[in-house]
Design a binder for this molecule. Sequence first.
Ligand code: XLS
Ligand code: CA
Ligand code: CA
Length: 437
Amino acid sequence: MSQFFPEVKKIRYEGPDSKNPLAFKYYNPREKVGGKTLEEHLRFSVVFWHTFKGGGVDPFGTSPVYDRPWDRATDPMQRAEDTLRAAFEFITKLGAPFYAWHDRDIAPEADTLRETNKRLDQIVALAGKLQKDTGVKLLWGTSNCFSNARFTHGAGTNPDAHVFAYAAAQIKKAMECTLELKGENYVFWGGREGYSSLLNTDLKHEQEQMARLLQLAVEHKKAIGFKGTLLIEPKPKEPTKHQYDYDAATVLGFLRQHGLFDEFMLNLEANHATLAGHTFEHDLTVASAAGRLGSIDANRGDYLLGWDTDQFPTDLYSTTYAMMVILKQGGIGKGGVNFDAKVRRGSIDTADLFHAHIGGMDAFARGLKIAHRIQQDGVLDGFIKERYSSYRSGIGKKIMSGKTSFAELERYILKNGEPARHSGREEMLENLINTYI
Ligand code: XLS
Ligand code: CA
Ligand code: CA
């Protein structure tokens, strides 16, 4: 078997004192934290698109700068097979248990849907074999309904029903391929499901179309017996000016409005949360509070650039805060920590792909361990519990149990007067977090 990363051996855990850049310092897959191994907690996943198909392009550099050994064959299907083999070699050497793909990353599109699907079948058969040989599993599959010119004005929200039908046909096949490869989830990210001008857009109609597409996906999931979770990934903008799945709160409202709430969970990306003007932990907390946090895309943005830079996570505060939300809800379930991340344009060596993933996995392993200690010590939980204690007895208990009225609350204030004021102790709590980092 040809090797695409001959210079890199299996990445091992060597501990925090190791100076080896190609070793984990904190991610020891077998180490237990709170009864589960790190591997079980974090369920790391490598994405097919950025990692193996990415060329290092950016808005002002649209020609690729990476020269990947798996991307050299002239025949597109040979290239697809080489890329798949390279992916499994990389993921196995890295020791990530999962990967994720778009249909069009793993198999190139042909002239007709029939031909394209034949190509997909060929590649899915090889992926099935490689999954079996290596033990690497599919975290999720998804459909690229945003790159092809036919989707310029949207897929499910396209004003032309012919395009809607095309998207549906494509998603149908991608769901079937995900089932075939025992994928644990299926993701919907609406890259062009939004608008660029309200002057030509019937927003209400487009949202109803989107709900129809999702309803059809639910029906097809049941028809084919796919037991995985359907995930929606919010993003506020880019490529469109406004995307309908703006953020976690918007998607939750949309799902409730269209009777889809029980059928979907959320896949939340750090970079998309910040593009929406939130912190990552804000969106995670909103989804988790609704019982809908299903998986995460761990890639972050850049405070100075302000677009979707998809960088690998290295900030320990962010990974700690994310893991605090995940631990609080009892784990990420069948989801995972997916690196929908790309190395920078200047990081042209294949070794950079390893450095990037090792750093991201170590950053999340540390975040997990720190969050676990904070949770074990109960310092924040205790503070928050005390802060809301007035709702557990007296007038507070009556408010929360629906046993009071405006008239009674008025009488209460006329009798008891001004409330005492209490400090929120923000600075003290920030200092406390620093003692754990
Ligand atoms: C793009 C999205 C995309 C989804 C999958 O910004 O993050 O990669 O995760 O289509
Ligand atoms: Ca992104
Ligand atoms: Ca993503």
